[in-house]
Design a protein around this ligand. Sequence first.
Ligand SMILES: Nc1ncnc2c1ncn2[C@@H]1O[C@H](COP(=O)(O)OP(=O)(O)OP(=O)(O)O)[C@@H](O)[C@H]1O
Ligand SMILES: [Mg+2]
Length: 312
Amino acid sequence: MDKERFRTLFQDRLIQDVAQQKIDIVLSGQYGKALELLRDAEATGLFPALVGPPGVGKTILCRYFASLRAKEKKGRNFHWLTMDESIKPSHFIGSFDPAITLKHGFTIEAFNPGPLLSAMLEGGTFLANEINRATEYSQNTLLEPLEEASIGIPHLGRIQADEDFFFICAMNPEELSGTHRLSEALKDRIKVWIKLTYPEKATELDIIRINLPEQFMVEESELELIYSVIEETRKNKIDIEVPASIRAGIAIAKLLGRRRYLESKGIVEDEESVYVHLADISKHVLLGSIKPKPGVKVENIIDGIINKTLGG
Ligand SMILES: Nc1ncnc2c1ncn2[C@@H]1O[C@H](COP(=O)(O)OP(=O)(O)OP(=O)(O)O)[C@@H](O)[C@H]1O
Ligand SMILES: [Mg+2]
C-alpha cells in the first residue's frame, strides 16, 4: 500500500472521540446494576474491577461507561491496554522514539505517550483489560497512579493526573488457567468489585437480538433453541472448563440468520428442518467456543449437547 493511500485510509478510520461512537448495549439485569456501581465508584473516587469469565460483556460495559463520561465532559477519551506476560511498564506509560531521541535527546517531542499516561493527562478513562495476566512487575506500574494520582516518566519528570482521571480494570476469575494472581498491593487499591456472569435468559436473548444485523433476524422459537444449546454448555461442569460465551450464541444466530436470508431469496433450498441446520451450525461454532476439561474430547461433548437440545 503506498504512503498516501495509507494516510487517507487511516485518517478516515481514526476513532477521534469515544463520545461519538454508537454502542448497542443491553442494560437490563446485571448490566444496569453494574453500570450503577461504576457510576457510584466514579462519584466517590474509588477504583472498580469487573470480574467475569470471557465474553460476558466486561469490555462493552467499560466502553459504554467511558462514552457516557466523555459525553458529559468533552475531551475525556477512553484508553485501554489488554495485558499478558509480555506487557511492560513502557506499554502503559509510553516510550521515546529512538530516531528522534538520537537526534534531539530525551525531549518531550521524542516521547510517545502510552494509554495510561494519555488518560491521566486528559482526565479520561483507562481500562486495564485482563489485568491479572500481567506480571507483578508490570502491575506495579499502577500503584503510584492509583494511590497518588501521579506517575513518573523517565527523563521528563513526574506528572499529576487531571482530577477526572478514572481507572477500571477487568479480569477473568483467577481459577481459570493462564492468569497470574493480582498483587496484594494492587488488590488493596481496588475497592469496588463487580462480578459479571452469564446473563439470565431474557437479557441474553436481548443481547443476541441487538447484535444481529436486521437482514439476518431469526424467529423467536429459533432464538429459544439457540439459547438452549448455549445454556447446556454452562450446565455441564464435569466435562467443560470454559462454556460457550455470549459471543457463541451471537455467532450461531448470525449463521442461522444468513441461512434464513438465503432461503427467503430463493438462493438456497429450504429442505431441512431447523433442528438439522442448527445442529450443523452449532457444531462449527462450539468447536472453538468451549474449553473441555483435560482428557475430554470436545467433539464428544458437542455431540452430547446437540443430542440433548436438538434431538440429534
Ligand atoms: N450488555 C450487552 N449488550 C450488548 N451486547 C453485549 C452485552 N454484553 C455482551 N455483549 C456482546 O457480547 C460479546 C462479548 O462482550 P465483551 O467483549 O464485552 O466481553 P468480555 O467480558 O470483555 O470478554 P473477554 O473476557 O473475552 O474480553 C460482544 O460481541 C458484545 O457486543
Ligand atoms: Mg474484553
